[in-house]
Design a protein around this ligand. Structure first.
Ligand SMILES: NC(=O)c1ccc[n+]([C@@H]2O[C@H](COP(=O)([O-])OP(=O)(O)OC[C@H]3O[C@@H](n4cnc5c(N)ncnc54)[C@H](OP(=O)(O)O)[C@@H]3O)[C@@H](O)[C@H]2O)c1
Length: 250
């Protein structure tokens, strides 16, 4: 059994790779830098672990990944690579934000749609799209990140319904965690003010849900309750409540 994981070299992606290795999957991990995979190989000496470098902020690299994997029969595709950014509108970098849209949304569309079509052809396979609890809200100072994750969440809902309408055996899941302790904070220049879940716990819940074919995977009760609550509250009140979710470093 083979799984392809984008952003599989760090944080939630790496922790999900470990969950799948425990279940005897072969994993292929995609990111720009290999990171410390020697550790992982030492931990799982008899497993097949492969790393391939692609920069998913570039469309041509997404298509290269598709081309170079076209003859591999994957069972699972996890679209996880992504990052955020926090700051005041006059301090955040537009270039970083465009890159974020490329990785979080454009690469997600290209890869998820292509893997869906591959899996639909054989009527088999599981896809996990990593969104975020950010998809449920709107927030100042993390404007673009929230918008990118709303795109992922909305796309996942649509694909899920089409699969159901087609009576497909392909499963599609969407993971929506709140804060998780990973490299995310450093990359986003953020410091969470809310308690963060461990990546191991988040990954265990994600893989359990994925293998069960569960659609929406929200790891904690607090986020589930927040999501429910958000249906009854005007968006401008949500953005007011969320403006202190992270310290803003000037
Ligand atoms: N941590 C949280 O609080 C949290 C909460 C909800 C959702 N999420 C989502 O979870 C996913 C994983 O994030 P994480 O928290 O685990 O962060 P992380 O530890 O920073 O991992 C991000 C992964 O994505 C890869 N990546 C980033 N840019 C890439 C690019 N241009 N091309 C290819 N790979 C790229 C990184 O590798 P390289 O840098 O080597 O490329 C790394 O493997 C993201 O989609 C994030 O939005 C995180």
């Amino acid at each position: 059994m083979k799984a392809l994981i984008t952003g599989g070299t760090s944080g939630i992606g790496l922790a999900m790779a470990k969950e799948l290795l425990k279940k005897n999957y072969e994993v292929i991990l995609i990111s720009r830098k290999e990171g410390d995979l020697d550790e992982l190989k030492k931990e799982y000496p008899s497993s097949h672990i492969t790393f391939w470098s692609y920069d998913l902020s570039k469309e041509e690299e997404c298509y290269r990944l598709l081309d170079e994997t076209k003859d591999i029969d994957f069972d699972i595709f996890i679209n996880n690579a992504g990052f955020g950014d926090i700051g005041r509108i006059n301090k955040t970098s537009l270039e970083k934000e465009v890159n974020m849209v490329m990785v979080n949304d454009v690469a997600t569309l290209i890869l998820v749609k292509s893997f869906l079509l591959r899996f639909m052809k054989k009527d088999q396979g599981r896809i996990l799209m990593v969104a975020s609890a950010a998809a449920f809200g709107v927030a100042p100072y993390m404007n673009v990140y929230y918008a990118t994750k709303a795109f992922v969440y909305s796309l996942a809902h649509g694909y899920y319904r089409e699969l159901k309408d087609n009576k497909s055996h392909v499963t599609l899941s969407v993971l929506c965690p709140g804060p998780v302790k990973t490299r995310f904070e450093e990359t986003a220049n953020a410091k969470f003010t809310m308690g963060a879940l461990s990546k191991e716990k988040c990954a265990a819940i994600a893989i359990k849900g994925l293998l069960k074919g569960k659609f929406e995977i929200v790891p904690t009760m607090k986020i589930k309750a927040g999501h429910l609550f958000s249906h009854f509250v005007p968006k401008r009140m949500i953005s007011k409540a969320l403006r202190k979710q992270s310290e803003i470093k000037d």
